[in-house]
Design a protein around this ligand. Structure first.
Ligand SMILES: [Zn+2]
Length: 427
């Protein structure tokens, strides 16, 4: 069994289901492994059972710093859906099985093994190379990277970071591409309060049913086509994949012609999205509701703000139904530059492992911990963990689902990628 296979298997056996997390047990396992390989570690914890581990090979010159980032918490697993116990870390059929095998103890293990192997070889990086295995990404109650950036910025300050959220291998028009996420949309949820007048449900004509009025607004949200805007990630993506940059309105169809799902992915990166997801109205069947609360999941393009989008939302909803609009807390919406040494490290790595394959940038429709680093330190943070063996569409169905697993080949490729990045940036 390879070193990284063994480490991942043992990491999976530590149940870090969040909530409650209990990531300290994973931090201890990683610390024991790294210290045995000569890498200095520090634990940082807001509460004792939810520790973050930061390990470091100090730089010997004035080179940039590189952070290898990963979270150690995982989402719930229901054993009855699985063909192996989800916290077994079983190695079979050339894969490591268990909760976290893709999201994202695999990358954490690969990062740790890369760091340990560099330390054993006596690698002297020109700047710090840092591993941060953090708590609480899946829930986000400020025990993990958000808290570290705030309470211990010196521990995680970095020029470059490699995180989760990218590395899918896609074949489009006969060419092979690896997606790297360099930006993310802004999650900007809002609530709509629709007012009516209550009354007995047996005589609807004397009341004013807020639920019926809300239905009108829901219809309008569903029918709305927001204006598209071409941003740098999609522009670079289409140039690489299509060979040119078509008019914005034609991009989705052109990409869909190559691959339907990728076309839909690009569609979500050309405009804001609005998805009504939660509604609450009357608590009693026979009472017509006077108030309806409708929650809308809204994702804006990187750089767009809720203030800018509010007039668009009001236009979408029309002015014949009375409502109040309240935006919640927005999160994410950051990006990193595309022309960077880290990008070139990805390109040179792909040239080694799969000649002819090219890297393409994408924005992430959700968000990852990368935005904390971009906001706090201006870090160039990319999501990239190349998956050459497992098809992207298979991985997508396993993340947060049953029988999550990673091919050993991809796990070992991840170690090679992290080592390559360290040499390319800090060698
Ligand atoms: Zn994750």
């Amino acid at each position: 069994m390879s070193e990284v296979t063994d480490l991942l298997s043992r990491l999976i056996q530590v149940d870090t289901t969040n909530p409650p997390g209990n990531e300290t047990a994973a931090a201890h396992l990683l610390r024991d492994y790294l210290e045995a390989n000569g890498v200095a570690c520090e634990l940082y914890a807001r509460v004792p059972e939810r520790a973050n581990l930061v390990a470091r090979i100090p730089g010997t010159g004035d080179g940039p710093s590189l952070l290898l980032l990963g979270h150690t918490d995982v989402v719930l697993a229901d054993p009855s859906e699985w063909s192996v116990p989800p916290f077994s870390g079983a190695v079979r059929d050339g894969a490591v099985w268990g909760r976290g095998a893709l999201d994202m103890k695999s990358q954490v293990a690969a990062e740790a093994v890369a760091l340990a192997s560099l330390a054993r070889e006596g690698f002297k990086p020109s700047g710090d190379i840092i591993l941060a295995a953090t708590a609480d990404e899946e829930v986000g109650d400020a025990f993990g990277l958000e808290w570290l950036c705030d309470a211990h910025p010196d521990a995680v300050r970095c020029d470059y970071a490699i995180n989760e959220g990218g590395g899918d291998r896609v074949q489009l028009g006969g060419s092979t591409f690896y997606a790297c996420t360099t930006a993310e949309k802004l999650t900007a949820p809002f609530r709509i309060f629709v007012k009516g007048r209550s009354g007995h449900a047996s005589m609807p004509s004397i009341a004013d049913n807020a639920l019926v009025k809300a239905a009108t607004l829901i219809d309008r949200i569903a029918a709305f086509t927001p204006e598209q805007e071409l941003q740098q990630e999609v522009e670079a993506f289409t140039r690489a994949v299509l060979g040119d940059v078509p008019a914005t309105g034609e991009i989705v169809d052109r990409v869909r012609a190559l691959d339907e799902i990728t076309g839909e992915l690009v569609r979500a990166l050309l405009a804001p999205t609005f998805s009504p997801t939660i509604i609450s109205a009357s608590q009693k069947r026979n009472v017509i509701p006077a108030l309806v609360e409708l929650e809308v999941d809204c994702r804006l393009l990187p750089g767009q703000t809720p203030q800018q989008i509010e007039p668009v939302v009001r236009r979408m909803l029309g002015d014949d139904v009375e409502y109040d609009l309240v935006f919640g807390e927005a999160q994410g919406g950051t990006r990193s530059a595309l022309d960077t040494p880290l990008w070139r490290a990805i390109e040179s790595f792909l040239a080694e492992i799969e000649p002819g394959a090219r890297a393409v940038p994408l924005a992430c429709a959700g968000f990852t911990d990368s935005h904390w680093l971009r906001e706090a330190f201006g870090t160039v943070a990319y999501g990239f963990f190349p998956m050459r063996t497992m098809p992207a569409e298979v991985a997508a169905t396993l993340i947060h689902s049953a029988d999550e697993r990673i091919p050993v080949d991809d796990l070992e490729l991840g170690v090679e990628w992290m080592r390559h990045a360290a040499h390319a940036l800090l060698g």
